[in-house]
Design a protein around this ligand. Sequence first.
Ligand code: PBG
Length: 337
Amino acid sequence: MQDRTHLVDDITGHRRMRRNRKADWTRRLVQENRLTVDDLIWPIFIVPGSGIVDPIPAMPGVNRMSIDKAVEAAREAAGLGIPALATFPNIEMELRDETGSNSLEANNLINQATAAIKKAVPDIGIITDVALDPFTSHGHDGILRGSEIVNDETVDQVARAAVMQADAGADIIAPSEMMDGRIGAIRMALDAAGHQSVGIMSYATKFASAFYGPYREAISTGGLLKGDKKTYYIDPANGTEAIRDAALDVEEGADMLMVKPGLPYLDICWRMKEAFGLPTFAYQVSGEYTQIKAAAMNGWIDGERAMLETLLSFKRAGCDGVLTYFAIEVAKILAKR
Ligand code: PBG
């Protein structure tokens, strides 16, 4: 018999990576990670009024919705099997002030939305943020005193706001304002109010990122923001510091952890999952969404494939799920498979 061994067989010691890739069925058989609808958390934007579906120019395909429309959207999401929503309010300008006092109104826009969605669609989870930026006249996540975002006073306020959000029906409180000690303070406040079953998803590592631009347009904080958020968000250069910050949140009782933004910080997702083993989520933020949409709208990339590839990469990086504005679009695609 003629020896058909090739030089490549000698080089690789007869190992060939391409064997397992040769057909669709082998590829399916060896696929390590899969994206399912259970991995999706859908962030939505709420505006006052009724009957409103207002497109956000910087986020093509994403709308600000009044509560009645958000309820319809929640029903659609639940029907598709999306486990949870994350709600963000676009508070009326007249209600914003230096301390974000509207965050402490039991009946404010975000709490009204929670109550309405919970009543109409009880089986979808609701995750609410307690950061003050939708409520402040300066767009910062905390209380501004002079030129400082004051930590402890902000923590007192977000802990109280968290209890009100839980009273309204929120299932998970997700504090994104990066104040020190907030997770412990929120846990104690929730428990004291009898909300032992309300969870905390910590925005454990939130970086001072350029990718939040379109979100700030969506909730009208972009034009308000004085300065930047570098005194409380993490420097994008720092990975070890991010893990240390997350460790404190774990000690303080966080039930779940989040990395934000997502794609530029996959290393952090991996390190965090390895270090703590808690359920870990990535927030594919507005700028990440918009990049893909804008390029796809110009015909420069295949938007659907790019979307699915980025979402799958979060799974590969160790995440249990993703907050993504693509959630509804992806859920429809996954339902057809
Ligand atoms: C602030 C907050 C931000 C986002 C959600 N809540 C960041 C910011 O405005 O600084 C960003 C979400 C996104 O970009 O999709 N608490």
